[in-house]
Design a protein around this ligand. Structure first.
Ligand code: SF4
Ligand code: SF4
Length: 456
């Protein structure tokens, strides 16, 4: 696997799979999870590993993997060094835990603005105008500096619609030049050919465009503006034309679940390499359409469908539903082998990496990833709007280490039943944002799960 592709694969909810695959698998074999003490000399080695040491490891690693050593490790590819350094530092501090807990977030999703040109029915942000206390352009640039100082490798811009904010290009270019891996989640409607060209030039690595149906009228109804589908598809075509890694994202509800196969076909036709099926989470405007949430049985059927499509190949089909990890783990238990292994929020490769599913661990909120709101408020996930700090007052690394909410989310033994006693809690953990949306308790069960629903 090419090392750049390797990090492209880390985007959206894929933050640890590949690192886990290449760095953790040998360690998993030798060290007892949870126990740091047994890592002994290795811990000391990781703690003392300098920047130069990490760069050397990356170069040697890529040679072993048969790809050319990446260049510009102090420039635009700086995220490679930071990503590897964080994983090694995490092992040094916490041991090889199931699931993996990192010592800094591997990824930050930044709701860059509350501005939006659409009126989507499920919008978690209820976006339209700028937040009255939104970070200024200067503060946004300072935040990029902070992310770099705190060695966060992956930055995803979301919103609102990030491309609706005129300062987006300045901030995104600054982030890319400072060595962050930059991705965007967008409704795609503003991506003209000129914009796609500009995104490519400024160093955007990955763009995820929301397409909720292959039927234009259905998408437009969901997105609240006639003509939104045509514009989104134009955006996808422009991104593909300029060689930007493009993903179609679909939020699946009762309203559009029948469109899933058609959207996958559409993506293939448009030469899009990946479709990400998002779990619906009733927050923001989404609270008004809670009746559209899939039942646990519908979700279960969808997860098996996703797995079948993924196995067929030709396109990556993934989901943000953490229960997908449970589906994979239970099939591996039953059959001992699957032609390929994928995990919730993530995708890995052949079946021999099955163990890695336990380290990826489903829900990553506060464990490997954080959200930032337009006013600088930090939350465990963009869908889980519990404030744990604000970048105007604190550094990301301090919030990450000090917040009790984040430490609770990292400890699956704190989950309430049935998630708490579930044998799959380490590969899944339930969507903590769904638990909070339904029960106002981030440790409550995820009511969307087939296993949990039997007891609720
Ligand atoms: S809270 Fe839900 S959406 Fe957020 S990381 Fe966890 S599973 Fe994903
Ligand atoms: S019961 Fe909870 S932890 Fe177990 S599979 Fe369902 S959502 Fe995941």
């Amino acid at each position: 696997m090419n090392i750049t592709k390797l990090f492209i694969d880390l985007m959206t909810h894929k933050a640890t799979t590949t690192l886990a695959t290449y760095l953790l698998k040998p360690l998993i074999k030798y060290f007892d999870p949870i126990s740091c003490s047994q890592t002994g000399l290795l811990t000391m080695f990781f703690e003392r590993l300098t920047d130069e040491g990490v760069k050397w490891l990356i170069k040697v690693g890529s040679r072993i993997l048969g790809s050319s050593a990446p260049e510009d490790l102090d420039g635009r590819n700086r995220y490679l060094v930071n990503g590897v350094a964080i994983v090694l530092d995490s092992i040094a501090r916490f041991g090889v835990r199931k699931p993996l807990v990192t010592s800094r977030p591997l990824m930050v999703v930044w709701n860059f603005t509350n501005l939006c040109n659409l009126r989507c029915k499920h919008c978690y942000q209820d976006a339209s105008r700028r937040h009255p206390n939104e970070l200024s352009v200067e503060e946004k640039l300072d935040l990029v500096d902070m992310l770099c100082r705190d060695r966060v490798p992956l930055l995803a811009f979301s919103g609102g619609e990030p491309l609706a904010a005129p300062e987006f290009f300045e901030v995104a270019e600054y982030a890319a030049n400072r060595g962050l891996f930059v991705s965007i989640a967008t409704n795609g409607t503003l991506i003209t050919e000129e914009v796609a060209k500009r995104l490519k030039k400024l160093g955007v690595n990955y763009v995820q465009v929301s397409v909720d149906a292959a039927t234009p009228s259905k998408h437009d109804l969901f997105r609240g503006i006639p003509g939104a589908w045509e514009l989104a598809i134009r955006g996808v075509k422009n991104l593909v034309k300029y060689g930007i890694f493009t993903c179609i994202a679909m939020t699946v509800t009762k309203f559009n679940v029948d469109e899933v196969p058609k959207v996958i076909e559409l993506a293939k036709k448009l030469h899009v390499p990946r479709v990400a099926l998002y779990n619906f989470i009733p927050v923001g405007k989404g609270t008004e359409i809670v009746k559209w949430d899939l039942s646990p049985i519908e979700r279960e059927r969808l997860l098996y469908y996703i797995l079948r499509e993924f196995m067929k190949g030709g396109i990556e089909v993934m989901t943000t539903a953490p229960q997908y990890g449970r589906v994979i783990a239970s099939l591996l238990e039953e059959y001992g082998y699957l032609p390929k292994v994928a995990a919730a929020h993530f995708y890995s490769g052949s079946s021999e990496w099955g163990k890695v599913v336990e380290f990826i661990g489903g829900c990553g909120a506060g464990r490997v990833y954080l959200g930032i709101e337009p006013d600088g408020t930090v939350t465990p996930c963009v869908f889980l709007k519990i404030p744990v700090g604000n970048v105007r007052q604190s550094r990301i690394r301090d919030i990450w280490m000090k917040s009790q909410v984040l430490w609770d989310l990292r400890d699956r033994d704190k989950l309430k039943d049935p998630c708490g006693s579930c044998p799959y809690k380490h590969v899944c953990g339930g969507c903590r944002a769904r638990a909070y949306a339904y029960f106002q308790d981030y440790l409550a069960p995820d009511p969307g799960c087939f296993r949990a629903s039997k007891y609720l």
